[in-house]
Write a protein that binds this ligand. Structure first.
Ligand code: BGC
Length: 764
């Protein structure tokens, strides 16, 4: 972990200002205090190297370029690529992103290490978001597992594959909390809740970074996007976030703070403004809070060109000004805006940016490079044999399958339509997504091979040949890619009637429908979060033709599907599950895996309810009243379609014996959970609290504990939680954590709105 090796001396030196600081800096610069031998501490090595660096070389470490690389090809002769090539050779680049594969990485590293004056190795970054070649479920899906061990393993699998391809730094996890299903990037996060989101962020950091960053099978991780990117107004990507301090500190920041505690190697700032200040130029967030109050010792990378975007925001007058603002605000590395590369050295010369600002940034960056072992061996991530061995390794496929089945959420199962008997005859599968091998890989899957997922149909085939596939109308048209909008089929009805008539004569219909994998992710906000195109109409026609329908959903965000929830007997949420999609879904449909996922985000009834989330504040008019003057809609209930934490199993769990006891460590809450059904299964026991009266109005409910348990049919288990001051306190409008005496309600249930949950109260 990064937190250990750094001396308090360096920490203090970063805080700036005091006499002690000057003394400390002076001491740290005396050559005879620096041991540069093999046993020297990372701090000593960093200081020794820093002393040798020119301003240009320091700026270089603070610069990150996008890849442009043809591994062994000739040096570029003009344009952008030539600029980058020359800068690499001159030691004016600290990192590149989007260069992967051992051959490419080795060649680029060689250029820098052998040709530049100091030979400081590059750190190679990539968005390793959910798997690499072997693709894991999208992060929102993984989050639905509520299984921290599985999530950690999945991240470790991704790190293992990506690191074997020369990568040593991932831009993940995204720990942005979001309450808005319109925002396409909810697919990349841990959902709407800060408690769950913090636990997931931690698990993913542990998975990526392992126990020791110098292990060549691990990656340095990044907590992003700091901060409030998930609160984009109206769910429109890149839009402004306007958030009060109570929400900022209690909802948005906790997963970032947890990431610091978990030793995350880097942070990424964000595209958005927060209360009018672009995150990249936000001194309060980066310097005062993260590096100051939280004592963070890693470095901050900007988001892609977010430095230069401050000009468009109207916060900087030109690129030079943007460089000045972001460097002074604490953004240590500039990704692709060229602001530092072009202007920072001159800004130092003119005294607009102090050299010590550069020193601080470079120290932070070098620390991570040393921790990764790049100075011991710049090619430690470049091993051809390892690369061949690790890609699509059977262990990775097994991890991806395990994660995929745990991510599936059973939303409805009226009349126990599921699981399907293995001897079931005459099944008809309908829907273009059923044969898709690309869409289920989801968005953000750099490094993966197109069409490499096991399709729904391929998975089903391993269970039965008693099914017929009738595609129905196309769901999407033409080629899709990360860079373009997906074209939805709104009008070509070819295949529609054939699908409906096949449904009529089937004994069981499985309709696979949802979003394309590239309909969520960056730049993919939607105002309509129903089934795209003709799929809703197809669902209604199929349901009218045959009542026995299983709706298999594939989507990257919560969808509003009130008609389906009302009319279709069985609904299975499968998100986008990656490489093992078809196999995982088949195991669940045929009961070889009992579904155990629970929603990490509320599913609304309509987009008009958004933002909708379980931990809302109360209003002064909760109603219902006979007159209209209470907080409600005239055309829709306030209730969600499916609440946060919701998910069914093929078995049932009963809760009893809730006990609440106050002790020295806090309040102990325990209960007994019994699997009262006929099948073994997993349950997610969720603990919510409600602080009844406080100096700041507190949410109706807040998740403060959860445990995923495995219970044999008929078995019982005691589950217990401890609520300490950490769980009972909150941040006030001044951003100060306070603990107040008073009465708390407790609810332990299977989801946030569980009417059958057990309740109690206690005084604190
Ligand atoms: C995204 C980041 C990502 C970066 C590099 C940006 O557009 O917002 O999350 O890490 O690109 O690919």
């Amino acid at each position: 972990m990064l937190t250990k090796p750094y001396s308090p001396r360096i920490l203090l030196s970063l805080l700036g200002g005091s006499v002690l600081l000057i003394a400390v800096l002076f001491l740290s610069m005396k050559p005879d205090t620096i041991n540069t031998g093999p046993d020297a501490s990372i701090e000593d090595k960093v200081e020794a190297l820093l002393k040798k660096m020119t301003i240009e070389e320091k700026v270089g470490q603070m610069t990150q370029y996008n890849g442009f690389w043809d591994a062994t090809g000739p040096a570029p002769t003009d344009g952008d690529s030539k600029w980058k090539y020359d800068h690499l050779k001159a030691g004016k680049v600290g990192s590149v992103l989007n260069v992967s594969g051992v051959e490419n990485v080795r060649a680029m590293q060689k250029l820098v290490v052998e040709e530049s004056r100091l030979g400081i190795p590059l750190i190679f970054a990539l968005d390793v978001i959910h798997g690499h070649k072997t693709v894991a479920p999208i992060p929102l899906a993984e989050s639905a597992s509520w299984d921290m061990e599985a999530i950690e393993k999945s991240a470790a699998m991704a790190a293992n594959e990506a690191a074997s391809r020369g990568i040593n730094w991932t831009f993940a996890p995204m720990v942005d909390i979001s309450r808005d299903a319109r925002w396409g990037r909810v697919m990349e996060g841990g959902g709407e809740d800060p408690f769950l989101g913090s636990a997931i962020g931690r698990a993913r950091i542990r998975g990526f970074q392992g126990k020791d960053l110098s292990d060549p099978f691990t990656l340095a991780a990044t907590a992003k996007h700091f901060a409030a990117y998930g609160f984009a107004e109206a769910g429109r990507d890149y839009n402004a976030a306007d958030v009060g301090t109570v929400t900022l500190h209690n909802v948005i920041l906790p997963p970032f703070k947890a990431a610091v505690e978990e030793g995350v190697a880097s942070f990424m700032n964000a595209f958005n403004t927060l209360n009018g200040i672009p995150a990249t130029g936000d001194e309060y967030l980066q310097r005062d809070l993260l590096k100051g109050e939280w004592g963070y010792e890693g470095f901050i990378v900007s988001d892609w060109g977010s430095g230069s975007e401050m000009v468009a925001h109207g916060f900087a007058k030109d690129l030079e000004h943007a460089a000045e603002i972001s460097a002074n605000a604490g953004s240590d590395m500039d990704m692709e805006s060229y602001a530092y590369a072009k202007h920072l050295a001159k800004l130092v010369e003119e005294g607009r940016v102090q050299e010590k600002v550069l020193d601080e940034a470079v120290r932070r960056i070098l620390r991570v490079k040393f921790a990764l072992g790049l100075f011991d061996d710049p090619y430690r991530y470049c091993n051809d044999k390892r690369e061949k061995e690790r890609i699509y390794h059977p262990d990775h496929r097994a991890d991806a399958l395990d994660m995929a089945k745990k991510s599936i959420v059973l939303l409805k199962n009226e009349g126990n339509v599921l699981p399907i008997a293995k001897e079931q005859k005459n099944i008809v599968v309908i829907g273009a997504l059923a044969e898709e091998k690309n869409s289920p890989l989801g968005s953000w899957r750099f490094g993966s091979d197109d069409n490499s997922a096991v399709s729904f149909n391929e998975g089903l085939k391993t269970y039965t040949d008693q099914f017929k596939y009738v595609k129905g109308p196309d769901a999407f048209l033409g080629e899709t890619s990360f860079f373009n909008h997906v074209k939805v089929n709104e009008s070509d009805r070819s295949g529609f009637d054939e699908a409906v008539s096949a449904a009529k004569s089937a004994d069981l219909v499985i309709l696979v429908a949802g979003e394309h994998g590239y309909q969520s992710g960056e730049g993919r906000s939607r105002t309509d979060i129903g089934l795209p195109g003709l799929q809703q109409e197809l669902l209604e026609a199929v349901q009218a033709a045959n009542e026995k329908v299983v709706l298999v959903l594939m989507n990257g965000r919560p969808l509003a599907l009130p008609w389906a929830a009302e009319n279709v007997p069985a609904i299975v949420e499968t998100w986008q599950l990656g490489t093992e999609t078809g196999n995982a879904i088949a195991q669940v449909l045929f009961g070889d895996y009992n579904p155990s996922g629970h929603l990490p985000m509320t599913f609304p009834r309509s987009v008009g309810q958004v933002p909708i989330y379980y931990n809302q504040l109360r209003t002064g008019r909760p109603g219902p009243l006979d007159v209209v003057f209470w907080s409600h809609y005239t055309d829709e209930t306030n209730d969600p379609l499916y609440p946060f934490g919701y998910g069914l199993s093929y078995t049932q769990f009963k809760y009893s014996d809730l006990k609440v006891k106050k002790g020295d460590a806090g309040v102990n809450v325990s209960l007994s959970v019994t699997n009262s059904g006929k099948l073994d299964g997993e349950d997610v026991v969720q603990l919510y609290i409600h602080d009844k009266v406080a100096t700041v109005a507190r949410p109706m409910k807040e998740l403060k504990g959860f445990e995923k348990i495995n219970l044999k049919a008929g078995a019982s288990k005691e589950v217990s939680f401890t609520l300490s001051e950490k769980e009972l306190g909150f941040y006030n409008p001044q951003g100060k954590f306070i603990i107040e005496k008073g009465e708390f309600d407790v609810m332990v249930g299977q989801h946030a709105n569980d009417k059958e949950g057990l309740t109690a109260s206690f005084e604190w």
